[in-house]
Design a protein around this ligand. Structure first.
Ligand code: NGQ
Ligand code: ZN
Length: 451
């Protein structure tokens, strides 16, 4: 049993003072006791919060960040970015995958995340042949999570087609392709690579573009209780193509053909009508929002005000990892709403601090989307926690809601001092415990890649 204490902590009922915490050897919170006399011999933090989960990651894309900003001959958009992403893929080996993912996961931890859902589709060798272990790449992701201590929900991706209506393989995608049957074998083989008690295995049909209705039904039949993630309604052209194929929009089609429920997480959903927004919010599914990537790729703006009013659940992903900071993602989400509605505090609950509303929604949505018992500092939950550095100038003299608002709306990533994931103390004094070694390996990889 490990003990620590906080002068202030965000508990399920709100801010509490003088909180004593015990973490069990199993990585779960054993007890959380507010209003306790503080013990001078026990490690003491100024402010502790439940740590969020990152619900959408393509880890390898961290190495592509910054390499896609030169304008092409015509207008650039999501689809031209995707071609550049595909061009980057043939070079990546399993070793590279592990190095990139470890760097990314250390960065995510330093920003405050305790866990990640890896939407993993880079399965095969550069020529499309499976590795000797078909789940080799999944194993590399799991190794990176174990090395860094970040919690992992692994979502092997089913990808069988290159467009609506079952269009055949496109050469840029050969490392992703599996028949539904081969996907299920890969999915089972991935399970073997997960070793920690807080690891989870879910599944992810990539998008309605990438699986046929039959493929989708086949793979979903194997999923018992989720999580199930899918990219949906991100781009206007995707919606138009889906309409041309089926007469329905992607979210409409999903709601009509499958039992969309709390197991599901729809990634992006930036292109929904008001009718779709209302209907999807009712299902209890999580909207997987990736605000900086959605801005970067010109996806459009999520229908956040209506979703919030309807009580819809949402969480944060960092997707292509041009941004890796939970505070920046929450800020970008709220700012995009302010810009379209010409208002302030759009996603705040009445009479509540904006960051408190955003942060608690992201905690709950993230936990649900990862199938992870986290997001609350309460006995029995995983000890996923983040400590803020009250000595940081952006936070000085502040506490409670004001401190949270200052971190999210005016702070920077070095406001975070410590992070625990399922009791693993992985960030100390603002740095991942293996930061130097991980960053050196990553820098060597990048120098080699760009040489
Ligand atoms: C992905 N990323 O799977 O990495 C996608 C691009 C696609 C985003 N959608 C590929 N942001 O959607 O076809
Ligand atoms: Zn994605």
């Amino acid at each position: 049993m490990r003990k620590l204490q906080a002068k202030s902590a965000l508990l399920p009922d709100g801010w509490a003072r003088n909180v004593r915490i015990e973490i069990g050897t199993d990585g779960r919170l054993a007890s959380v006791m507010p209003e306790s006399p503080l013990d001078a011999a026990v490690e003491t933090y100024h402010t502790l919060l439940p740590a969020p989960s990152n619900l959408h990651s393509h880890a390898f894309q961290r190495a592509l960040a910054g390499l896609t900003e030169v304008r092409g001959p015509g207008d650039d958009d999501f689809w031209s970015w995707r071609e550049r992403m595909y061009d980057f893929l043939p070079r990546l080996t399993p070793e590279d995958m592990e190095i990139i993912a470890a760097q990314l996961y250390a960065e995510l931890a330093e920003s405050g995340f305790a866990a990640v859902a890896e939407f993993h589709y880079l399965h095969h060798q550069a020529d499309g042949m499976a590795y000797a272990d078909i789940a080799e790449m999944a194993g590399r992701i799991s190794s990176a999570a174990t090395q860094t201590g970040l919690g992992l929900t692994l979502l092997p991706v089913a990808y069988a087609r290159s467009g609506f209506g079952g269009a055949p393989a496109n050469s840029g995608q050969i490392r992703f392709f599996n028949t539904a049957k081969d996907f299920l074998a890969l999915w089972e083989a991935s399970r073997v690579h997960l070793h920690r008690a807080d690891d989870h295995l879910g599944m992810a049909p990539h998008s309605l573009r990438a699986v046929t209705p039959d493929d989708l039904s086949t793979i979903l039949a194997a999923s018992h209780d989720g999580p199930i993630h899918i990219h949906a309604a991100e781009q206007v052209r995707e919606v138009e193509d889906c309409l041309a194929w089926s007469g329905q929009r992607p979210v409409e089609w999903l709601l009509d053909h499958h039992d969309i429920n709390e197991c599901w997480c729809l990634i992006h959903a930036t292109q929904m009508t008001e009718t779709e927004t209302a209907a999807l919010a009712k299902t209890g599914a999580v909207a997987g929002l990736c605000p900086t990537t959605e801005a970067d790729l010109g996806d459009g703006i999520f229908n956040g005000r209506q979703w919030h009013a309807a009580g819809g659940k949402w969480g944060i992903g960092t997707d292509s990892h041009i941004g890796t900071d939970i505070a920046v993602e929450l800020r970008q989400l709220e700012w995009s709403q302010r810009l379209i509605h010409k208002q302030r505090t759009v996603l705040a609950n009445p009479m509540q601090s904006n960051a408190m509303s955003l942060y608690t929604s992201a905690l709950q949505g993230g936990a649900q989307a990862l199938g992870r018992q986290s997001g609350r500092m309460e006995a029995g939950y995983w000890a996923d926690m983040v400590a803020l550095d009250a000595g940081h100038p952006a936070l000085a003299g502040k506490s409670g809601d004001t401190l949270l608002d200052s971190w999210v709306f005016a702070g920077s990533r070095n406001c975070v001092s410590d992070v625990w994931s399922a009791g693993r103390h992985i960030v100390k004094d603002g740095q991942h415990i293996d930061r130097t070694e991980i960053a050196q390996r990553y820098a060597a990889f990048m120098r080699h890649l760009l040489a």
